[in-house]
Design a protein around this ligand. Sequence first.
Ligand code: NAI
Length: 334
Amino acid sequence: MPVKIYHDNDADLNIVRSKTVAFIGYGNQGRAQALNLRDSDVKNIIIGNIDDDYAKQARKDGFNPVSIEEAVRQGDILMLLIPDEVQQTVWNEKVRKNVKPNSTLVVASGYNVAFNLLDLPDDMDVVMVAPRMIGAGVRDRYVQNIPYPCFVSVEKDVSGKALATCLSVTCAIGGSRGNGAVSSSCREEAGIDLFAEQAIWPEIMAVFREAYNVLHEAGFSDEAILFDMYISKEPAETFERVADEGLFKQLKHHSQTSQYGQLSTVNRYDGKELREKFQRILHDNILSGKFAEKWSNTKWAAEQLAKEWKEAEKSPLAQADERVREVLLADKKK
Ligand code: NAI
């Protein structure tokens, strides 16, 4: 069954225009979405932010930021736009006790809702409006009237109007233009996101790391290896074509030797081991909630991340990367 796609004409903009929309956070997404809502004629926008440079930016943009607590007290619609890893703490300390009855929570990523990290009031609607786009892109595209991809979902519908609110907000930030907003869920959005981070990209990084080790051992120069692997930006170009034309179809742009090399190898690649590993990561670590539980311990998370960085920087590939870039930089300065 194809998933449901929502377009601008499925939305009633008057819903969001008739509410007070409170932003919790004025960062990448917060700023872009608040400016888009304002340009969509939403009159009652209130920015809740701690006293930092983001609050200064909000003032520069003509808003009058207040504390998170105050914004939440006024908001019919709460746009939770602070980093995922601080949402639970901020929710518990500043949001939960100030939530207005019968309000709607809008999240831009599924993580905290999918893993039940927020203590949600019984009378609260919960929806997801998740642009697949950095904040600057959400703003620029809105201004230039260019569509961008967006996932939407209704997670909790107490009022019976959660979908209508969700689509109204999506339309007001420019998320349902063009091809429309794709129906998804917090579980799906967070699951795929974490899977990409914990399964797909580490595998790609390991491929580069081991390729470097083998080629370096064979006596090839670091410069040649790194240029061929990625400094040339050839993989970036390939991925661009993958996005535009498809994973296999883009091969037509490569030489016949390259096409044969890639297809004859991948067609015989037994993915069983990788598939089993991916299944373990998806089910045992991600969907079980095990990762989210560990990652919620912010002190532990910060320590682990620092440790992993140290480990990665020690790898021969990371060191070759540094050396080659120094050589390139020195050469540029000549
Ligand atoms: P960000 O990193 O730009 O957030 C900065 C904002 O968070 C500022 O307003 C800052 O004052 C506030 N903040 C940071 N730490 C805080 C704390 N301890 N207490 C109170 N406020 C704090 O966040 P970003 O990137 O805009 O992400 C917001 C949400 O949007 C997240 O759920 C993220 O997953 C989602 N998202 C982000 C995208 C992106 O490209 N950055 C794309 C799509 C969704």
